[in-house]
Design a binder for this molecule. Structure first.
Ligand SMILES: Cc1ncc(COP(=O)(O)O)c(C=O)c1O
Length: 398
């Protein structure tokens, strides 16, 4: 049901509808055989949502489609202004449109930045458990991982600044920050961000801040772009954002890098030139602009729905699976579940989930040191699918 209000469309119950994604070459739904070795499992792994994006995005894409000609398209002022407006409104950060560069995704952006600003053999700092491509983008490019793992204590995650500094002392060139953090769900506070940035400044380390989950933050937490805290941080940071997680547009392949540092931008442009990369997909450009211009109401609605999904999952786990611990998510729709009390190996955990539960979750070890004994569950789905997933989790691990 759709109600047109003074502020735009309010779509009631829009997230309840189950849309069959099978047969659309969906990585989540159609690649289960490749990834898990099975067809008939419920996929709650890769980070996209089983929801329609904002209606305005689809309408703008249809309009572009109806035009009928899909020649080379550049990213003009419209999308750049939409991004700058969004970042200012949602995160209080004033950026100039000329600070923007584009990439088909945040992962390719990270690869490009590593190539542009480091040399083979240089050290790149990460905080495990963390999003797998942080490791692969570093290593595939012949750079070396330096890890300052997060501290997991009393069911929550924090940073050991002593360990962080010890790592920086080893001659790190780039720090790959994940804010909000996938998979822990932490939204770093101003104090934590300031401490990390001050230490990076002290040791002359460039910060690459992956803020792809920045819009998916639950009430009582606030995302702070690390670069926005201080002008000196801004100059040593490249921030990566995208409409893909926020508005469920991963297939449109568009993302942006933000930095006022002209030298960084020129080096990034140099790598793009070598790759022959010139512009984004026409539909990516159209969808990105529409999302950042018109997606706010949809985002508010989805955040409500996702926080209910998170609360339902938490109480389900507490009631039926008391040996599991759900790390309270401050942001992202990816729940990080500690199964270590079950005393199973990671292989046994995976086997139980697949054989008994017929449930496809991300195995914790994928995220590096500290991921052992955990699984990551994607709850960005209609409630009916969520309940099915929770029942399968119970069947597998109860
Ligand atoms: C932290 C983080 N960065 C990047 C990505 C993927 O970015 P893209 O699809 O734009 O390459 C994800 C997807 O889950 C993610 O969690």
């Amino acid at each position: 049901m759709t109600i047109l209000t003074g502020k735009g469309y309010l779509i009631v119950n829009e997230f309840k509808t189950i849309i069959d994604r099978k047969g659309t070459s969906s990585v989540k739904w159609d690649m289960t055989k490749t990834v898990f070795g099975k067809e008939d499992i419920l996929p709650m792994w890769v980070a996209d949502m089983d929801f329609l994006p904002p209606r305005e995005v689809t309408e703008s894409l249809k309009e572009r489609l109806d035009h009928g000609i899909f020649g080379y398209t550049f990213v003009g002022d419209g999308p750049a202004e939409a991004i700058a407006g969004w970042v200012k409104k949602r995160h209080g950060w004033d950026i100039h449109t000329k600070w923007l560069q584009y990439s088909p995704g945040v992962v390719p952006a990270i690869g490009t930045i590593i190539q542009a600003l480091t040399e083979p053999g240089d050290k790149v700092l990460v905080q495990s458990p963390v999003y797998t491509p942080f490791f692969s983008m570093t290593e595939e490019n012949g750079r070396v991982i330096e890890n300052a793992p997060l501290v997991y204590e009393n069911g929550t995650y924090s940073i050991s600044f002593t360990e962080f500094e010890e790592s920086l002392k080893k001659g790190v060139k780039v720090f790959l920050l994940c804010n909000p953090h996938n998979p822990s769900g932490r939204v770093w506070t101003r104090e934590e961000l300031t401490k990390m940035a001050d230490l990076c400044k002290k040791y002359d380390v460039i910060i690459v801040s992956d803020e792809i989950h920045s819009d998916l933050v639950y009430k009582s937490h606030t995302h702070i772009p690390i670069a926005s805290i201080d002008e000196s941080y801004q100059d040593m940071t490249i921030t990566c954002i995208a409409p893909s997680k926020t508005f469920n547009l991963a297939g449109l392949q568009s993302s942006a890098m933000i930095t006022p540092n002209k030298d960084f931008r020129e080096k990034i442009a140099g790598v793009h030139k070598k790759q022959g990369f010139f512009t984004l997909n026409t539909f990516g450009i159209t969808g990105m602009e529409a999302a950042y211009r018109h997606g706010e109401r949809w985002l508010e609605n989805i955040l409500d729905y996702l926080s209910e999904n998170a609360a339902i999952t938490k109480s389900y786990v507490e009631e039926h699976l008391p040996d599991l611990h759900l790390v309270e998510p401050q942001g992202t729709y990816l729940l990080w579940i500690d199964c270590s009390k079950l005393g199973l190996t990671d292989d046994e955990l995976k086997e139980r989930l697949l054989e008994k539960g017929r449930l496809g979750l991300e195995p914790g070890p994928k995220y590096g040191k500290g991921g052992e004994g955990f699984v990551r569950m994607n709850i960005a789905c209609p409630r009916e699918i969520l309940m099915d997933g929770l029942d399968r989790l119970l069947k597998a691990l109860g």
